[in-house]
Design a protein around this ligand. Structure first.
Ligand SMILES: Cc1cc2nc3c(=O)[nH]c(=O)nc-3n(C[C@H](O)[C@H](O)[C@H](O)COP(=O)(O)OP(=O)(O)OC[C@H]3O[C@@H](n4cnc5c(N)ncnc54)[C@H](O)[C@@H]3O)c2cc1C
Length: 313
């Protein structure tokens, strides 16, 4: 019996979330196989070979998989499951691709998916957050195949190198596809990636304007080599771009240090950052809920203390 990890990548490099997915798969104590679907992605399969926990890698290399469409991923994986009925678990991360692909596989397999798994207790019992992370539910599953999406911040990315697995090429089952990717626009930023940064500096409505957000937080972020984040109120008010949003409907982060500046600490915001190792809150309201989760709290006007802090670093 095996667990199948779907490798997420950009045709060049393995996403760090896949390392967490592999760490989760190891908790299932079955042989681990990995599947790489993409185009010009043999280098990705070679990188996967470096991981000790993977016993076998399957690679599907096809121009039609260049842009990683969830529908095509799901078709390929369903085909794979038909061929290999020893696969008892399929794991992807709780990424956009995972969230789009896994429900399609679940529908085809007629099983319930288990989403956003934060802990694996054994091969049948899993934990996942509910009510914006205020409760953890324990789920027992008797499905013949478990389809799991894994919350990356809950599993280690430090997995052992030194693997020597073999790579087997599989044929793509996709002959033609009408959907075409027209353009892909990336936010240009000198800052580290929000999801994997060691330090995140998030600003909220208290910043008051887009100009204040940038002028106050960017110099600090530069000095600390930090990623910038924001509350939804700050994003909705146009202080920061959408992809900066942290929280239940934004990104989930767990950096070494999280600065919560001029944000109150709503349950929806906490759902995205409360696993951070150190939380530093700066707010002028001593009763702001963010202080309940903060490791260090400073009741102060952010426009006074942030420039002072930045100048002293
Ligand atoms: C379904 C749903 C999903 C949601 N998802 C998210 C999500 O993913 N992420 C998210 O963040 N929110 C989310 N929200 C919104 C959430 O409920 C809050 O409205 C939002 O988080 C509030 O943002 P804020 O803390 O910046 O603003 P506020 O709650 O208005 O807080 C502003 C804070 O700034 C402080 N402040 C003001 N001026 C200063 C100053 N000069 N110096 C220091 N402090 C100052 C104030 O004391 C106050 O505490 C969601 C809501 C819903 C209903």
């Amino acid at each position: 019996m095996t667990s199948l990890v779907v490798v997420e990548h950009n045709n060049k490099e393995i996403a760090s979330a896949t390392k967490s997915t592999l760490a989760a798969a190891q908790k299932l104590n079955l042989e681990i196989w990995a599947i790489v679907i993409g185009f010009d992605c043999l280098g990705v399969a070679e990188q996967a070979q470096g991981f000790q926990c993977i016993k076998k890698i399957f690679c599907i290399n096809d121009k039609l998989h260049e842009h990683h469409f969830a529908e095509l991923h799901a078709d390929q994986i369903n085909q794979f499951l038909l061929q290999y009925n020893n696969v008892k678990n399929v794991l992807m991360s709780t990424s956009s691709l995972g969230k789009e692909t896994m429900p399609r596989i679940a529908a085809s397999q007629n099983v319930s998916q288990i989403s956003d798994v934060t802990n694996i207790l054994d091969n049948h019992e899993f934990e996942r957050p509910i009510y914006a992370g205020n409760l953890t539910s324990r789920i027992s599953s008797s499905e013949h195949i478990k389809l799991l999406t894994i919350r990356p911040t809950k599993f280690d990315t430090q997995i052992l190198n030194g693997g020597d697995s073999i790579v087997e090429s599989l044929k793509s089952i996709v002959a033609d596809y009408k959907k075409k990717l027209v353009t892909r626009e990336y936010t240009k930023s000198d800052r580290p990636d929000l999801a994997s940064a060691k330090v995140v500096i998030s600003g909220g409505r208290g910043l008051g304007s887009a100009e204040n957000y940038l002028n106050t937080l960017e110099p600090l972020a530069k000095k600390m080599n930090a990623a910038l984040g924001a509350s939804r109120a700050a994003v909705d008010a146009g202080y920061a771009p959408n992809d900066y949003q942290v929280g239940q409907t934004g990104k989930i982060v767990a950096p070494e240090i999280y600065f919560a500046i001029g944000l109150s600490g709503s349950v929806q915001h906490l759902a995205g950052m409360k696993d951070s190792k150190i939380i530093i809150a700066i707010n002028k309201d001593p009763d702001a809920p963010i202080f309940e989760v903060a490791t260090y709290g400073l009741v102060a006007d952010l426009f006074e203390v942030i420039p002072e802090l930045t100048s002293k670093l």
